[in-house]
Design a protein around this ligand. Sequence first.
Ligand code: S3P
Length: 433
Amino acid sequence: MNRRFEPSGPLRGEATPPADKSISHRAALLAAMSIEPVRIRNYLDAEDTNSTLAAVRRLGALVEERDGELIVRGTGLREAPELDGPIDVGNAGTLMRLLPGWLAAQRGRSYTLDGDASIRRRPVDRIAEPLRLMGARIDATDGRLPPFTVHGTSLEAIDYRLPVASAQVKSCVLLAALTASGTTRVIEPAPSRDHTERMLAAAGVLVTREDGAVCVVNTDELELDEIVVPGDLSSAAFLIAAGVLVAGSRLVVRDTNVNWTRTGFLRILERMGGIVVGDLEEPSTEIATSEPVCDLDVAHGPLVGTTVEADEVPLAIDELPLVALLGCFAEGETIVRGAQELRVKESDRIAGIVEGLSGLGGDLEATEDGFVVRGTGGLRGGSIASRGDHRLAMVGAVAGLASTEGVEVVGMEAAAVSYPGFAADLAVLAQSR
Ligand code: S3P
């Protein structure tokens, strides 16, 4: 589906972003791994997280929708049933990388995972390696790609140094650690989102952070009563960028998760001169058992270029395409380095954003591990391809509103994996006074 986004007058009023995608995936998985019923409030109703609900249902969880909430009755840590046929993860990389951490603990049973064309290009060797060290086996296509099969077993605890700062890989190992003998330690090259750690701590698991390592002690059972999913900062970021870029805008983005491991984008935007006010969580080595939420006040204003280095990348990974867009409107150069992970997301986001925004009149150059944007103060407009990637589709929409001639997004339906109502929310903000 193609959709045009015309240059917009000021965006005003308020919007609430959809529920957090990362936290929703984890909520459904941990609920399915619990024996007692878990109530999930504000679960994200989008394609990716619906793939996770379908997967946990197939794995024996009863999922009931009641008054807009989900009640999940799971099968516990070690009792997932054997299945006929593969589990379809759709487009959801987080589901594909986290679920094997649980499946690896299903002694004597094997599970095959597969997904769409984009998923079939995304590497799983990064989870196969630590799970193999814990005693499980993964047979992947060409040794590294889906479809792949997880062979479950009794797991051993490991000390594992992540070769890439990936919350998905970290989380996979932490889920496997729940049933492994002993204490598992995962050493991160740089902090990444810590939703799994927080939810496990809330479920009564002994989880600590020591010298850059996350340690999890095995457990018999998860004890989770209720999980409340906050608004997704990664979705809110598109509303925020629209507010900063469209002249005369002033808006409030409500009830947004501001966990410090997710707010790297706001810190980058602040350096660029963007005006966003909110009660953000401060970095900490403690593991909290909840997720902080606040309203964010956003106003249009001029921007200057900035440099994003590798240690900042995991804390803003999904927002880096937006940093490229902001860079087009800024004065001076915006440089992102150490972000080679962008090449293995839902699409090659370095190629997609550089070619996409160049086609709208931007001056960008791809590098091996990021990009350089020479700010020209704005974008002309034209046509941009989503490449089936939700974040690129939404970048195109925001670019259109802030452009001089409007933007046609080819493949706008991709936004449905995380933010099905994005275009509608933008339209409401454009009509508010
Ligand atoms: C996610 C972690 C990130 C992110 C993805 C969601 C998660 O991936 O890009 O959209 O929920 O853990 P990596 O951990 O592979 O960088």
